[in-house]
Design a binder for this molecule. Structure first.
Ligand SMILES: Cc1cc2nc3c(=O)[nH]c(=O)nc-3n(C[C@H](O)[C@H](O)[C@H](O)COP(=O)(O)O)c2cc1C
Length: 233
């Protein structure tokens, strides 16, 4: 039977609404047959931002900055699907989450194409009802797109992902937002289902001896790196 792993990441600095929401989405994901989950909180982790030294591009290596990035990236490389949640800070994800995003860049050259046909979904928790949750989810979804991770918002009505209104009341605030929590749970289930279908599809095609363009994509990116046309900007 096809097995998939869904990785949940919280970009909050504290044990609050976002951690709870991501874990709740993972709980629903686990209801899908063949799905296991893992939760990672960036809270308390030291993750520097990318300083654009381009050493990764020149040396085709993962980031040389030694901090807590490596342990998260290892899990990120191995998962089949992603649920990423963040509090809204100034209508955007937290700098902590953005720093993590920036440090994923070297995977372009070290593991080109590795994320193709994986799937991700976004959760934003904001203290205000219309505090920028949709825009925040857009940033997360654009991160997924940058790495060719397919995006789902969840069931109809979710649009950008799950938007939660917490009234700044941490977990209890999220729990009290019934609409938001319905979105969170739906998102968890959809990410899990999509990851399962994508992996089962690839396995079925492989059994039929069909090679996907995915393999070509890996080669193309490798060639781009060799002729100096790698994504360096
Ligand atoms: C620096 C800062 C900026 C914030 N900016 C916004 C904002 O733009 N919109 C909003 O709705 N809430 C904003 N908030 C409130 C948090 O997004 C909200 O309390 C969130 O649910 C916190 O999640 P957590 O409990 O996981 O930390 C901000 C909070 C902080 C600390």
């Amino acid at each position: 039977m096809t097995q998939v792993k869904i990785l949940g990441i919280s970009g909050s600095h504290r044990k609050g609404a976002t951690e709870f929401c991501v874990q709740e989405a993972l709980r629903m994901a686990e209801e899908v047959p063949g799905v296991t989950t893992e939760f990672v909180s960036l809270r308390g982790k030291t993750i520097a931002h990318c300083n654009h030294c381009n050493r990764c591009i020149r040396e085709k290596a993962l980031c040389h900055i030694e901090d807590d990035l490596q342990e998260v990236l290892e899990k990120f490389l191995q998962a089949d699907g992603y649920i990423i949640g963040t509090p809204v800070y100034q209508m955007s994800p937290t700098p902590l989450l953005q720093d993590f995003f920036s440090r994923v860049r070297p995977t372009f050259v070290v593991y080109p194409g590795v994320f193709i046909n994986r799937v991700g979904g976004a959760i934003a928790t904001g203290g205000t009802r219309h505090g920028g949750q949709e825009m925040t989810n857009l940033v997360i979804n654009n991160f997924f797109r940058t790495y060719e991770i397919l995006v789902t918002g969840g069931p109809g009505g979710n649009y950008s992902g799950a938007c939660v209104w917490t009234k700044d009341q941490k977990e209890q605030g999220a729990r009290d937002d019934e609409v938001g929590m319905t979105r969170v749970r739906g998102l968890g289930m959809r990410v899990a289902e999509a990851a399962l279908v994508l992996k089962a599809g690839r396995e079925a095609l492989a059994r039929e001896g069909i090679t996907l363009q995915q393999e070509d994509a890996w080669q193309t990116v490798k060639q781009r790196v060799e002729i100096g046309d790698a994504p360096t900007e």
